[in-house]
Design a protein around this ligand. Sequence first.
Ligand SMILES: Cc1cc2nc3c(=O)[nH]c(=O)nc-3n(C[C@H](O)[C@H](O)[C@H](O)COP(=O)(O)O)c2cc1C
Length: 259
Amino acid sequence: MAQTNLTVRIDEGIKQEAERLFNRIGLNMSSAINVFFRQAIREQAIPFELRPYDDYFFGARMKRIAHGVVMSNETIRTIMSRYSCRAFAGETPPDEDLRTIAEAALAAPSGGNRQLWRIIVVKDKSLIGEMDDEGMKVLAAMPDKSMYERIKGRGGGLFYNAPCMIVIPIAQAVPAGAEMFDCAIVAENIALAATSLGVDNLICGLAALPFAGEKGAEFSRRLGFPEGYGIGLGVLLGYAKEPGGKPHELDYGKISFVG
Ligand SMILES: Cc1cc2nc3c(=O)[nH]c(=O)nc-3n(C[C@H](O)[C@H](O)[C@H](O)COP(=O)(O)O)c2cc1C
């Protein structure tokens, strides 16, 4: 069959991303387009399902970078769609998902590969409730009542009715403080793994509050903190009462390139 040329205008980011993918499959761009055309003709249809992106992906965040890798790269989509959920419905995510999320936490990098953390998946709603109450007591006793009032105004609790929390205790590192970086990275792994599995989440610094109260030592014991470990962060997990929560606005002005 006589050959002819085809000129197509395409976003540079999409072209590069597609090229990388096709290379991995062993196709060049021309062969990949040929495959697509031939398959479409064979099926007399677009040979895959065409679906609209949900509202969020038509939102400002996605529009800004939609011509890049976002449309096709699942990891970037997950990072861009993670948000902090502040109202959970009661349902607990299945154990299978919780295990995957906990294992994703273990995959986090840590300074010197010390892994000075533990991953404690708490599904005991009444224990989470007790910790919430104790944390609120600690807040109420602080001289500055503004945070207490803010949380009361938001719904009255530290943990937003989350049915599950991953508690991340940490051991003191040398130099001190480095363990918090590691802990935060673990928390982000948890948040991203959860988001990608459709489990809503919130990284919760205030999860430290119950451990600062009278019942702090008791909670450490009941949760099984190893000797010498103290609370780092908690990550709340569950399903949003009202799906469709949005993350913060991106401030593109914070990016600069040098060179
Ligand atoms: C280390 C850390 C601690 C946080 N602690 C809390 C917390 O205790 N309570 C809370 O409601 N949100 C907490 N957040 C969530 C932030 O408020 C949230 O990430 C920020 O407002 C941006 O919103 P987004 O996550 O929806 O994009 C914490 C986030 C981080 C990273």
